[in-house]
Design a protein around this ligand. Structure first.
Ligand SMILES: [Zn+2]
Length: 288
C-alpha cells in the first residue's frame, strides 16, 4: 500500500469522491473496506461496509447532514453490505444496487462470507442509472467474484468503483459455486471495452490509475494460472491441495483456502470447456 490507512477519516480523492476506511483489516480486506461517498450537495454511499458503530459514526460525520440519495452495494460479502440497514435508519436513504443472492439450497453459497440479511429497496439492472446533483452513477454488471457483483461508473469524471471485481492490492478470490471463473473473465473483458474509464476505486487497496493495462495484466495472470494447472495435470498432479502447494509458493498460509477455491474455479471452468474431467477429488486431462 502506498497510502497510509487513516481509519475513519474522510479523504477527498477528487471533487466528487471521498473515501472512508473501515476498521476491519485482514488478510482478505487489506487495510479494510473502503467506503466511497459520491457527490457534494447530496451524496450516494458505495459499499457501506461492516456493521461497526465506529464506521457508521465516521460515515455520518463525512456525510455531514447532507441528503443521502442512495446506499449502493457492489455485492453482499460481509465486509461490504452489513452497515446498509444502520445507515438507512440513520439517513432515511434507500438501499439500491446489487441483487440479494438467490439461494435455492443451503449449500456452500450460504457461506458465512455472505450477508444473508441484505434486503435492497431497489435492484439496479446492468446500465441502469442513478443521479443526484451533479453526479450520475451507472451500474455495470460484473459477475465472477460473486454472481451479484456490480461496479458503478461515475459518468462526470470517468471513475469506476470496482468493489472486489478489480482490487488495488491483490487478485480477486473467485470461490465456487457462487464465484465463477468464466463469468469473471468475461467481466474483465467487459471492463477492457469501457474506454471511458480513467481510474478505478476498489473496495480494497489503492486507486488503479492505469485501468486497462491493469485489467489486461489480471486476465494474463489468470491465463497463466490456467496454463500451470494444465501442466500440473500433465504431470498427474490432480488434487487441488497438491496444485496449491506447487502454484502458490510462499503464500500466507491464512490464504491457502482462498487459493484452493480459485484453483477449483479454474478446474470447473476447464471442465465446462471439455478440457478436464474430475473423478472424486482427483482431476485429469480429458483424453481426446
Ligand atoms: Zn467480496
Amino acid at each position: 500500500m502506498t497510502d497510509d490507512a487513516p481509519t475513519g477519516l474522510a479523504i477527498a480523492l477528487e471533487p466528487l469522491v471521498m473515501r472512508v476506511l473501515a476498521g476491519n483489516p485482514s488478510p482478505y480486506t487489506a487495510t479494510g473496506t473502503q467506503t466511497y461517498l459520491v457527490g457534494t450537495e447530496d451524496v450516494a454511499v458505495i459499499d457501506p461496509g461492516p456493521d461497526e458503530p465506529a464506521h457508521l459514526a465516521a460515515l455520518l460525520a463525512a456525510i455531514g447532514g447532507r441528503p443521502v440519495r442512495a446506499i449502493l452495494c457492489t455485492h453482499t460479502h460481509r465486509d461490504h453490505s452489513p452497515a446498509a440497514p444502520a445507515l438507512k435508519r440513520a439517513t432515511g436513504a434507500p438501499v439500491i444496487g446489487c441483487a440479494p443472492l438467490a439461494l435455492d439450497d443451503s449449500g456452500p453459497r450460504a457461506d458465512a462470507a455472505f450477508d444473508m440479511a441484505y434486503a435492497p429497496d431497489h435492484v439496479l439492472a446492468d446500465g441502469e442509472q442513478l443521479a443526484g446533483q451533479g453526479w450520475t452513477l451507472t451500474a455495470v454488471a460484473t459477475p465472477g467474484h460473486t454472481s451479484n457483483h456490480l461496479c458503478f461508473a461515475l459518468e462526470e469524471s470517468g471513475a469506476l468503483f470496482t468493489g472486489d471485481h478489480v482490487m488495488g492490492w491483490s487478485t480477486t478470490v473467485v470461490a465456487p459455486p457462487d464465484g465463477n471463473m468464466a463469468d469473471y473473465m468475461a467481466s474483465l473483458d467487459k471492463l477492457m471495452g469501457r474506454v471511458q474509464d480513467r481510474i478505478y476505486y476498489p473496495a480494497h487497496g489503492d486507486p488503479v490509475e492505469n485501468p486497462h493495462r491493469f485489467v489486461r495484466g489480471l486476465a494474463g495472470h489468470r491465463k497463466q494460472r490456467e496454463g500451470q494447472i494444465l501442466r500440473l495435470l500433465g504431470e498427474r498432479i490432480g488434487t487441488v491441495p497438491a496444485m496449491v502447494e506447487r502454484m502458490y509458493v510462499g503464500l500466507d498460509p491464512r490464504l491457502h483456502g482462498a487459493a484452493a477455491r480459485s484453483v477449483l474455479a479454474h478446474l470447473l471452468d476447464l471442465e465446462t470447456r471439455g478440457r478436464v474431467v474430475p473423478s472424486g477429488d482427483v482431476w485429469a486431462l480429458r483424453q481426446q
